[in-house]
Design a protein around this ligand. Structure first.
Ligand SMILES: NC(=O)c1ccc[n+]([C@@H]2O[C@H](COP(=O)([O-])OP(=O)(O)OC[C@H]3O[C@@H](n4cnc5c(N)ncnc54)[C@H](OP(=O)(O)O)[C@@H]3O)[C@@H](O)[C@H]2O)c1
Length: 339
């Protein structure tokens, strides 16, 4: 998903995408519903085998009457089905022509309900890739994104307790603090969440500009996740700026398993990572990723851009299951869970 910082909401369409890149035509492709799968009307030709004339010959009067009643019933049912079909197709047209509300998107992407033992951390990644697997173009993800992609990006942020992001993405994309959005205020309050998610920057070197608003003026203090061996002067600079430094590794770097645990210990269980690829590769390798929300952009870029997850290949590919698939203007919005 594009790591576009700052206010999240409709953005200018990416180069090459249509100017009417709104959510107007968003369709649910999976799970398959009435919206996508027209039903075959009962009683339509081929729906039920007609009685053979020889059978009718052998019918008694009672059977003939029963036949007549059944036929009348069938015709009435067929009429009702035709009416229902007409309504459904009007609904489909209405659905195709309307904008999905943020509430609907939030419901479609809700985090799992806590189990009987209370909430457990759930780590979701949100990434965007082109048809040929590029996770960026000219060093940024914005050129491969779309307005609908940004709307889902914003919704996923609005559902999260914390947004985990690698330092290089913060540097390259000029991350800003997540903002509180009026549209999600009630939802967040009801879920016991702060008005906006915290941003958690993962860094070993802490070579970050701590004078940026991300560190100095977030709504919720920005977290800096690092290893025990992080440079002391940089740790001090982070703290001085107002960031909360969390050690989640014994060496220079962060251990992904400890990252998840450390965030859970702070009360953050609805976790969202926005990459980048080097960080995501480690989360995949450590098997701590529960869900991937992947936008497939209908673009080809060739070149040597990173894929959404980098680093050494894992010995056995991990299987994920498709949970839902939305489409708008050729962009596919998929949601997969660990199988
Ligand atoms: N397509 C998408 O959805 C998407 C999403 C996000 C980003 N991107 C693109 O991806 C590119 C940046 O991604 P990237 O893969 O190069 O970098 P990244 O994963 O964002 O950040 C890498 C940096 O994170 C820190 N880091 C990673 N793992 C760590 C660990 N275990 N412990 C401590 N620190 C750790 C290190 O920071 P230090 O160097 O400070 O130690 C490392 O240099 C950009 O071009 C961006 O546009 C695309």
């Amino acid at each position: 998903m594009p790591a576009v910082p700052g206010p999240v909401g409709p953005v200018a369409p990416a180069a090459g995408t249509s100017a009417r890149a709104t959510l107007h035509g968003m369709r649910r492709l999976f799970p398959v519903t009435d919206e996508t799968a027209p039903r075959t009307a009962a009683g339509t030709p081929g729906g039920e085998r007609a009685a053979h004339p020889a059978d009718r010959e052998r019918s008694t009067d009672r059977e003939r009457n029963a036949d007549r009643e059944r036929n009348a019933d069938r015709e009435r049912n067929a009429d009702r089905e035709r009416d229902a079909d007409r309504e459904r197709s009007t609904d489909r047209e209405r659905n195709a022509d309307r904008e999905w509300s943020l509430e609907e998107l939030a419901a479609a992407y809700a985090y799992p309900e806590p189990g009987p033992d209370g909430p457990r951390p759930w780590l979701r990644a949100n990434m965007v890739a082109t048809l040929d697997g590029a996770a960026q173009h000219e060093g940024r993800s914005q050129p491969i994104s779309s307005a609908a992609d940004m709307r889902i990006f914003g919704t996923l942020r609005a559902l999260a307790d914390v947004v985990v992001v690698g330092a290089e993405t913060v540097r390259r994309e000029g991350y800003r603090p997540a903002r509180a959005r009026a549209e999600f205020a009630a939802l967040r309050r009801a879920a016991g969440q702060a008005p906006a998610p915290a941003v958690a920057v993962v860094s070993a070197a802490l070579d970050l500009d701590f004078s940026l608003p991300l560190f100095t003026s977030p709504l919720v203090p920005t977290l800096v996740l690092t290893g025990a061996a992080a440079p002391a002067d940089r740790v001090a600079a982070a703290r001085k700026a107002g960031a909360r430094v969390v050690v989640a590794g014994d060496g220079a770097g962060v251990d992904p398993v400890r990252l998840v645990q450390a965030l859970a210990d702070l009360g953050h269980t609805r976790l969202l990572t926005e990459g980048g690829p080097r960080l995501l590769g480690q989360l995949v390798a450590a098997e701590v990723l529960d869900e991937l929300c992947l936008t497939v952009a209908p673009l080809l870029t060739a070149g040597d851009a990173q894929r959404i997850a980098g680093g050494p290949a894992i010995p056995v590919p991990q299987r994920f299951q498709l949970v839902s698939l939305l489409e708008e203007e050729g962009f596919l919005f998929s949601r997969y869970r660990r199988g």
